[in-house]
Design a protein around this ligand. Structure first.
Ligand SMILES: NC(=O)N[C@@H](CC(=O)O)C(=O)O
Ligand SMILES: [Zn+2]
Ligand SMILES: [Zn+2]
Length: 430
């Protein structure tokens, strides 16, 4: 079947494309990009006033499937992804059981193929059961289609173990993605250590608890040569470490979440909003400003959501007892459009680089370009759509967004995966 997308502004920084034109899609691929295209038979969509980008990718999500489907599952999580404008995600392995062997990788792939509304790239665990003690079957998982590995949710505490992980991973073309957290410093930390922990009377989660492990992992990257990706970076000094590693030519990349850029420790008040309890914690305004600067200047490679769904009953309790994490798939693009692109901090090209191009590169996926021959994974954006974040609008099972009530401008309206619409006019296509 042929599909024609007409009159949208097509933006693809990979090929220097930014113009109003048409896209002709057939058999899941772009066959022509040009002006006043025609076709004999097929579906035509007029996208005047809209923007089309290479399909967005969120390389850090938690779909809780298998084992915690009350929070989210692959069906609901992938719908939330499509609703947020994403054509692909990378799922973290901290499920129950943990994705630490080939059977678990095959399960996630099979569920995604059966009920998914986006492509699902499966990240395998580095260590058995995420305990940081015994190597997982990375080679077997890799052979079964898990291209990247992480113990997300945990820092690998033992430096020698992290070295073995990197030495092992170095046998194939992959990257170790690191959740940097030194437990001996973080212990029962709840919020950023400093003003927030003092003001709220809670145990602090110091910046150093993250930065020391970033420094260690960069040193191990230098030692082993294994590519390293720092997950959800949150501090100015952590970013300085990554910038220095990049300047040195080390294979180091990093990612940032919207909540660490657009929220700070100051947002947590005497209401003790558990939606704002995240790992790593919301940091200072100075850190958030540094993250935005790092995204703009390219020190930060990718924007991710770290979509971490939890049930209402888990979050509706004392701050210390609530789990860490907030959702993000259905607000990320609009937050970036509102606070960064409309605000003139970054342009569309930089946004697409961080939300589509770099994630595919880091995940070792084929690039998607708005040109003939490319697979037709595309995101359509209405840059003027004004909306207010309300939990009732989420396709996610979870409501633990830190942005409920936010007034945003710009959102995805249509999403195509392999030429098929997963979302049309803001609604998931079933
Ligand atoms: N980020 C979080 O606060 N929580 C994540 C774990 C993680 O990403 O480290 C989760 O799985 O809930
Ligand atoms: Zn993490
Ligand atoms: Zn995570």
């Amino acid at each position: 079947m042929a599909l024609m997308l007409k009159n949208a502004r097509l933006i693809d920084p990979q090929i220097g494309l930014d113009e109003v034109a048409d896209i002709l899609i057939r058999d899941g691929k772009i066959v022509e990009v040009g002006h006043d295209l025609t076709m004999e038979k097929g579906v035509e969509r007029d996208l005047s006033g809209k923007i089309v980008t290479p399909g967005l990718v969120d390389m850090h999500v938690h779909f809780r499937d298998p084992g915690q489907e009350q929070k989210e599952d692959i069906a609901s999580g992938s719908r939330a992804a499509a609703h947020g404008g994403f054509t692909a995600v990378c799922t973290m392995p901290n499920t129950s059981p943990v994705v630490d062997d080939a059977v678990a990788v095959e399960y996630v792939k099979a569920r995604a193929a059966a009920v998914g509304k986006c492509r699902v790239v499966v990240a395998g665990a580095c260590s058995k059961d995420l305990k940081g003690e015994v190597l997982s079957d990375m080679g077997d998982m890799y052979a079964h289609g898990a291209p990247v590995f992480t113990d997300d949710g945990h820092g690998i505490q033992d430096a020698g173990m992290m070295r073995r992980v990197m030495d092992y991973a170095n046998q194939f073309d992959t990257v170790i993605m690191a959740h940097c957290q030194d437990d001996s410093l973080v212990a029962d930390g709840q919020v950023n250590e400093g003003v927030a922990s003092t003001r709220l009377g809670m145990v602090g989660w110091p910046a150093e608890g993250e930065e020391l492990e970033i420094a260690r992992d960069i040193a191990l990257c230098r030692l082993t040569g294994c590519p390293l990706h720092i997950q959800h970076i949150t501090t100015k000094r952590g970013l300085d470490l990554v910038a220095a590693a990049k300047a040195e030519g080390l294979p180091v990349t990093c990612e940032v979440t919207p909540h660490h850029m657009f929220l700070t420790e100051d947002a947590i008040t005497a209401e003790y909003q558990t939606a704002l309890k995240v790992n790593p914690p919301l940091r200072t305004a100075e850190d958030a400003a540094a993250l935005i600067e790092g995204l703009a200047n390219g020190t930060i490679d990718a924007i991710v959501t770290d979509h971490a769904p939890h049930t209402d009953w888990e979050k509706d309790r004392e701050f210390e007892l609530a789990p860490f994490g907030m959702t993000g798939l259905e607000t990320s693009l609009s937050l970036v459009l509102t606070h960064l692109v409309r605000a003139g901090v970054i342009d569309y090209g930089r946004m697409i680089q961080a939300m589509a191009v770099a994630p595919r590169e880091i995940l070792r996926q084929e690039p998607v370009k708005i040109e003939a021959g490319s697979v037709a994974d595309l995101t359509v954006i209405d840059p003027e759509a004004a909306w207010t974040v309300e939990v009732g609008d989420f396709y996610s099972k979870a409501n633990n967004s830190g942005f409920v009530g936010a007034e945003l401008t710009g959102r995805a309206t249509d999403v195509y995966v392999g030429g098929y619409a997963t979302m049309e006019d803001g609604k998931i296509v079933e």
